[in-house]
Design a protein around this ligand. Structure first.
Ligand code: SAM
Ligand code: SF4
Length: 400
């Protein structure tokens, strides 16, 4: 079981699942249960699992995933719970076997870890420092995916904009994108996540000139109040963020911009929250992931004065979601009448007459069509819209 610990709800779910697996283990005593990931990488969690759930066989962290075969071997031999959690990251291990979900798009990790230490976030503590994979290794993986029939790749990293800073010679994320652009049979390149502080003019230019890099910018802003942003250690002001959005829209007018937002960070006042609402009005995001601040022990923000009461957080998140939903609905209405290139992904689960896919700007589009369209690029005319999706009609004879 792989785990996440960014928010407490994720951790609580894992404890529930570990409990459920006890029954399975008693029915099948030879089953080997392993727990890994960010949750186990936190201090003392490994011991806590051993104490509370003796039916778990292997507990390992984020830095020694490549050792799984050896850990399974040891458990079979020693017949006791094995805890093996490395405190620090080692070198990147390449060529590990991977099992991918069938489909038209695939994920490619380009870097591990994070150096940013946003004060609310546990990630740097459980994932270690930034390590970038070599361009040649990434290019080889993308070419292999193209050969297997994938049409779109999503490049993954906690802060892809600082890709390459640790490589020798040092290179920029933009250089990696230029390199990947040359791989035939991959039609679309996406990436996640970008840090607004590190998004430079050259990168905007490379994306604007590219045929494959999609015009979707996921730029987590987190908050609108400058004092909150400062205490979050985000490294930019509200004004700098708005200027970045202006530059992107100047060069790529049709770009969609999405974000992550946190409400109720320690010390967030009504005025600070009003700044976040104002930012939403000014930027007009296409969509946003909204979070209530969650106190993660081990992070600086957990020790900060002025923790915001739950009922205040609840009221603020409702207002935030309501405003963002209105804006998303209005932004989607502007799409009606436009033609979009769609990469068809699958049949729609709710209505099987419909196929679904995404625009280059990452908007979900539903339209009538057959199974044979899966994996094809089609042009769709948008005829209607909602808060989270668009409805379209496929223009005939437009396969590519
Ligand atoms: N690296 C990415 C970035 O810089 O935005 C995202 C990684 S983080 C795992 C995903 C999102 O979770 C963050 O953008 C933030 O909004 C949210 N998040 C992280 N820690 C949180 C916390 N303690 N409480 C609430 N939300 C949190
Ligand atoms: Fe966490 Fe992202 Fe900040 Fe890194 S950049 S500390 S992953 S929120």
């Amino acid at each position: 079981m792989n785990t996440c610990c960014v928010r407490e709800t994720a951790e609580n779910k894992v404890w529930g699942r570990i409990g459920e697996l006890k029954h399975l283990k008693s029915k099948k005593p030879d089953l080997i249960l392993g727990i890994c990931g960010c949750m186990t990488q936190q201090p003392e969690v490994g011991e806590k699992i051993r104490r509370r759930a003796p039916h778990v066989d292997i507990i390992f962290g984020t830095h020694n995933v490549h050792q799984l075969p050896q850990l399974i071997g040891r458990v079979k031999e020693e017949r006791k719970t094995i805890i093996d959690i490395w405190e620090t990251e080692g070198d990147i291990v390449e060529n590990l076997p991977s099992k991918r979900v069938e489909g038209v798009k695939s994920y490619v990790t380009i870097m591990y870890g994070c150096n940013n230490f946003c004060t609310y976030c546990i990630v740097p503590y459980v994932r270690g420092r930034e390590r970038s994979r070599d361009v040649a290794d990434i290019a080889r993986e993308v070419a292999q995916l193209a050969g297997e029939g994938y049409k779109e790749v999503m490049l993954l990293g906690q802060n892809v904009n600082s890709y390459g800073k640790d490589l020798n010679p040092r290179i920029e994320f933009a250089d990696l994108l230029i390199e990947l652009e040359n791989i035939g049979d991959i039609f679309r390149i996406r990436y996640m996540t970008s840090h607004p502080r590190d998004f430079n003019d050259r990168l905007i230019k490379v994306i604007a000139e590219s045929k494959k890099i999609c015009e979707h910018f996921h730029l987590p802003v987190q908050a609108g109040g400058n004092s909150v942003l400062k205490r979050m250690n985000r490294g930019y002001t509200k004004e700098e963020y708005i200027e970045l959005v202006r530059k992107i829209r100047e060069q790529i007018p049709d770009a969609s911009i999405t974000t992550d937002l946190i409400v109720g960070f320690p010390g967030e006042t009504d005025d600070d929250f009003a700044e976040t609402m104002d930012l939403l009005e000014k930027v007009r995001f296409d969509a946003a992931f909204t979070f209530v601040y969650n106190k993660r022990s081990g992070t600086p923000a957990a020790e900060m004065q002025g923790q915001v009461p739950d009922e205040v957080k609840k009221a603020r998140i409702q207002k935030l979601i309501s405003l963002q939903n209105t804006i998303s609905t209005e932004r989607n209405l502007l799409e009606i009448g436009k033609n979009h290139e769609i990469l068809v992904e699958r049949r729609n689960k709710g209505n099987p007459v419909l196929m679904e896919g995404r625009t280059r700007t990452n908007k979900l589009v539903l339209f009538k069509g057959g199974e044979d369209l899966k994996g094809q690029m089609v042009t769709v005319n948008i005829v209607d819209s909602g808060t989270w999706h668009l409805d379209g009609e496929m223009l005939k004879g437009n396969y590519s």
